[in-house]
Design a protein around this ligand. Structure first.
Ligand SMILES: [Fe+2]
Length: 445
């Protein structure tokens, strides 16, 4: 999949830009970053050919093909390129190390001159929106990106002045809600987007998507569901009140440090109450109770003998599912099945058993984004559960039995044909990269 190679290239470029901003060109760390970008470049640019990477309309394109997953994972990079007036980067084989260094120095604001006749060219090809591939999920991705931006804004404002504006968050969550109604399968698949660098932002938006889906399943009205979604996006905002040394502490926390961590639910709730906005008491409740367990344990511990509010219980299930399926510094990402198992084994103690059942009903035994090996060795990615009990799942076939990537094609997958479930990071497949391959009929749920 060329999306994966482009993602690796952008990751390599970002890393070299960061190193060049910190160290001189000959520094070992800079050279190491250059070597890794070198490798990614050789994978991406065909011998004797060229590639054009464009950043437009909130998305990355490789030549004319939209890269939906890369657009989300590296969307702050799109803005950085935009700020420098760069719409496209053309790389001509053979790409020289010097040109990669010059490009990185330009992006790092270390140097302003860039050769106009090298193997890397900027804005050489201008594309108009009409030139680009139509993207059926562009509205959905726009809502996702707006939510990330809103949360990034809130976090920045909390750090600088300890308060934030609620309106952009509400607008972003309303967008996610509308999309979850019109493109429910695609929005669930979108929640499989992960970011290692900005774990908290992506995780919070994913938790919001899942909470909105659960809320719709149990019939919560939009009027209440939007504030629940806002609470999901902002659930960890109180962490801005916790010192970074404690947040990033690599070992086991001592009593004092733990005490400091456990203030984040109330700090978040207070900030939400201060910000106001429609239904903000609901959002504050969700933030306040997101670590409270169904049986009243967890923290804050004012809930002994009393259950957290059902709105908080919805977000707790969504939060747990996404956290387990996301890779962290201290543990790997687990499969969707594993996350469902964890919810099931905590049902009744940590999680509301009715909501766990609803969630599993909604996601199916192989949730959207599951990567399944089918008998014979081919790989398929689940898009949505079967419309009838025991029926085939909507999936996309992505790799043939010989291990070759193929153009994704719709596939009706019978659970009995599944030989095993695989981890995305082991097979190099990003489920959300397949968004644009969904059939319109599959997207409307
Ligand atoms: Fe938290």
């Amino acid at each position: 999949m060329t999306e994966r190679q482009t993602g690796a290239w952008l990751k390599g470029l970002r890393r070299l830009v960061r190193q060049i901003g910190l160290y001189p060109t000959g520094h070992p760390l800079t050279m190491e970053a250059l070597m890794s970008l070198r490798g990614a470049t050789d994978d991406l640019v065909p011998e004797g050919g060229q590639v054009v990477i464009s950043a437009m309309e909130n998305a990355f394109y490789l030549n004319r093909t939209i890269l939906p997953h890369v657009s989300l994972e590296y969307h702050s990079f799109i803005r950085e390129l935009d700020e420098r007036g760069i719409e496209s980067i053309t790389a001509l084989h053979p790409v020289t190390d010097q040109d990669l260094l010059d490009l990185s120095a330009l992006l790092a604001n270390v140097s302003a001159d860039f050769p106009a006749d090298g193997s890397v060219l900027l804005n050489e090809r201008y594309l108009t929106p009409e030139d680009l591939e139509a993207a059926p999920t562009s509205e959905l991705r726009r809502s996702y990106v707006s939510s990330l931006d809103a949360l990034r804004g809130v976090t920045g404002a909390m750090r600088t002045d300890g308060r934030f504006e609620m309106a952009p968050v509400v607008t972003a969550v309303e967008g996610l809600f509308e999309q979850s109604v019109s493109q429910s399968s695609a929005s669930l698949l979108l929640s499989t987007v992960k970011s290692h660098d900005e774990y908290t932002f992506y995780h919070s938006v994913n938790a919001c998507i899942l909470a909105l889906a659960i809320g719709r399943m149990i019939g919560i009205d939009r009027h209440y569901l939007i504030p629940i979604g806002v609470g999901a996006v902002l659930h960890d905002i109180g962490k801005t009140a916790v010192s970074t040394s404690v947040l990033n502490y690599p070992g086991r926390l001592d009593k004092e440090q733990w005490k400091e961590i456990t203030i984040h639910p109330q700090e978040g709730a207070l900030a939400i109450l201060a910000a106001g906005g429609p239904g903000h008491e609901i959002s504050a409740t969700v933030a306040f109770e997101h670590h409270a367990r169904f049986d009243g344990s967890g923290y804050p511990s004012i809930h002994r003998e009393k259950r957290p509010h059902v709105y908080s219980r919805v977000v707790s299930v969504a939060d747990t599912y996404d956290a387990i399926t996301t890779r962290r510094a201290y543990r790997r990402a687990e499969t969707p099945n594993h996350a469902l198992d964890a919810l099931l084994s905590g049902a009744g103690a940590s999680y509301d058993p009715d909501l766990v059942r609803t969630f599993i009903d909604m996601m199916g035994i192989y949730p959207p984004g599951s990567i399944l090996e089918i008998q014979g060795g081919a790989l398929a990615v689940v898009v949505s559960k079967s419309s009838e009990p025991g029926g085939p799942l909507d999936a996309l076939l992505v790799r043939d039995p010989t291990g070759r990537d193929i153009d994704p094609e719709p596939y009706a997958l019978h659970p009995r044909d599944v030989s095993r479930q695989l981890l995305a990071q082991h097979v190099g497949i990003d489920p959300a990269a397949l968004l644009e391959n969904l059939e319109p009929s599959v997207q409307v749920g």
